[in-house]
Structures are given as C-alpha cells and as structure tokens.
Design a protein around this ligand. Structure first.
Ligand code: FO1
Length: 305
C-alpha cells in the first residue's frame, strides 16, 4: 500500500502514474488549506484536482474540468459579483453537491468518499482534516486567503509570513492515520512545501506520526536547481526563509523524510542532502506526459527500502 501526501496541479501527475498500476492500494492525503467559500459554495481545489485527475476529466490547466464552460460566471459578472475565481459550469456541480452534503451535516471525509464513488474513482482520497484549516498569506497589503493572494492578486503583494488558521485545533481522521501506519511507502508529491504539504503536516498527529515513519517516507523534489517545476513555491519559500533549492526543501522536510529524490541535473547536491540522514536518489523528475508519470511512478515503487 502506498499513501501520497498531495497538493494540486503538481501532485496529480505522480498520483496518476502510481494509480495506473495499483489503484486499489493507493491512498491520497489531500491539502485542504486552499479550500474556500465563494458564492455560498464550498470549494476544495486540491481534493478536486486529484478527483478529476483520477477520473480522467482534469483540464489541461491543472484545475477544473476539461472542456468546461463559464456561463454561470458570465451571469454573475452581469450581476456585478466577484468573478476572479473561475468556476466552470460543470465544476460547480461538484461544489454544489459538496455544499449540500455539508449542510446535511456530513464531514469532508465522508463527502469526498461519496464524490469519489460518483466519479468512479477507486483510490481512497482523504482530506488532511475535517476541521477548518486555511492557509493565510500575510502581505504588505494585509493578511489574505491563499486564493485571494494567488488568484485575485496574482501573487503580486510582498509576502511577509504564512500561517495555517485553525491548524492548532485540527484533528486527523483515524483511518487516515492508520493508512499512514500501514503503508509500505509514503510519498510526498513534488508539491509546494509551504502551501501544499506543510498544511497537511500541521494537522495534529500527522506531522508527529510521520517523524516516527520517516524511514519509509520519500519526497520528490518540487524544485530543479533554484526554480520550482510549477507554481509559487519559490516566493513562499523565500518568505519563510527556506533556501530555494532541493537542498532547502530536503532540510525543511528532514524531520519527517528519510528518502529524497532529486533531478539528475542536481546531482551535485546529493552528498549535502545525504548528510541530513537521508537516502538520496537521482532521476529525471519532470513529468510532461503520461509516459513520464508512469516512468517516475515505477522508479518510486522500485526504491530499495
Ligand atoms: N487557479 C487560478 O489561477 N485561477 C482561477 O480562476 C482558478 C479557479 C479554480 C476553480 C476551481 C478549482 O478547483 C481551482 C481553481 N484554481 C484557479 C486553482 C487553484 O487556485 C490553485 O491552483 C490550487 O488551490 C493550488 O493547488
């Protein structure tokens, strides 16, 4: 059994690669720090990216449903509503049903299980917590929800700090913790360490449990050289004084990760990463198409530990 800790766009590629071989033994723990209430709907972007990715309906953009239309949004604009967050018409069906189930008293884990079944996804997807946990970006223009920072303000404000509102009182589903304990391998996807993975680690018991399971945890670097493979990782890392390099990511994860995969082009860093008490592996970590996804997934599964 394999469990993957995941964010959104960057993570879904390795998840698809792993799923293409062993769907029933794959569990995904999804970040919830990006979740947001808009227009009375509860939107869980990272959960949905994984769901749509595994259902084969993810848009090429890396979020939302492929070939979606935006008539709802056009109408909202005519009614002078905020339309900075592009909700597609088909995508809205997911948010609408999720919100209805929340209003019926179901928790996010139950709802996600129900959704996975409706989308014919056989992999288990756990939201990192059913508690409210929100990533807040503190900027020169004040604190704002991560979606406001990244989508509404296009990542432009200067970042001063990042925190996870609600993390102190968050709890993890016992089945999620069991899945981590029972996994032969725990994979940290090549995701943003600050905004995708850390909100998962901040959930009470998850980070602590992973320190005990460190030897079977492998992280795939989300950076090659000083650049993120995608997204705003470097901006967030600099704001949190984490060096923007695979070594910086490895040091950031060193309490919970015993194995680290870097791109072959970063081989010069391997002895420094190894000195963090990690096994270091090198391969081509860029995933441009399904063949790359399967190749990296096979590599991860064949690691000798
Ligand atoms: N990202 C954008 O850059 N612009 C959008 O308008 C946008 C809308 C959106 C709607 C639904 C959804 O599930 C995701 C959406 N995203 C959008 C992606 C999202 O902001 C982030 O990429 C994730 O939160 C990071 O994992």
């Amino acid at each position: 059994m394999i469990t993957v800790l995941a964010g959104g766009t960057g993570s879904v590629k390795i998840i698809r690669g792993l799923a293409s071989r062993s769907s029933k033994d794959l569990t995904i723990v999804s970040n919830v720090g990006d979740n947001i209430w808009l227009h009375g709907l509860y939107i869980c972007p990272d959960v949905d990216t994984v769901l749509y990715g595994l259902a084969g309906i993810l848009s090429e953009r890396g979020w939302g449903i492929k070939n979606d239309s935006f008539c709802f949004l056009d109408q909202m604009e005519k009614l002078q509503q905020d339309v900075w967050f592009k909700l597609g018409d088909r995508d809205i069906a997911t948010h609408l049903l999720r919100t209805a189930l929340i209003n019926q008293g179901k928790n996010l884990t139950e709802i996600t299980e129900w959704m996975a079944e409706k989308y014919s996804v056989s992999e288990k997807i756990y939201p990192a917590t059913d508690s409210r946990l929100e990533t807040v970006i503190v900027t020169d223009q004040g604190p704002m929800h991560i979606q406001e920072f990244w989508v509404k303000h296009q990542g432009n404000p200067t970042v001063r700090d990042i925190f996870y509102k609600g993390a102190e009182s968050s709890t993890a589903n016992p089945n999620l913790l069991n899945s981590l304990k029972n996994s032969e391998l725990i994979v940290i996807a090549p995701a943003n360490p600050i905004s995708s993975i850390n909100p998962i680690l901040k959930v009470n018991e998850i980070g602590e449990l992973l320190t005990k399971l460190r030897k079977k945890v492998v992280a795939i670097s989300p950076l090659i050289g000083e650049q993120a493979i995608s997204g705003p990782a470097v901006k967030y890392m600099k704001a949190m004084n984490v060096t923007n390099s695979p070594l910086g990511v490895a040091a950031y994860y060193s309490d919970i990760v015993g194995n680290f995969i870097i791109d072959s082009s970063d081989s010069i860093l391997s002895s420094k990463i190894a000195s963090l008490d990690m096994n270091v592996f090198q391969t081509d970590i860029i995933m441009k198409d399904p063949r790359d996804e399967q190749r990296l997934a096979s590599y991860v599964k064949s690691l000798p530990f």
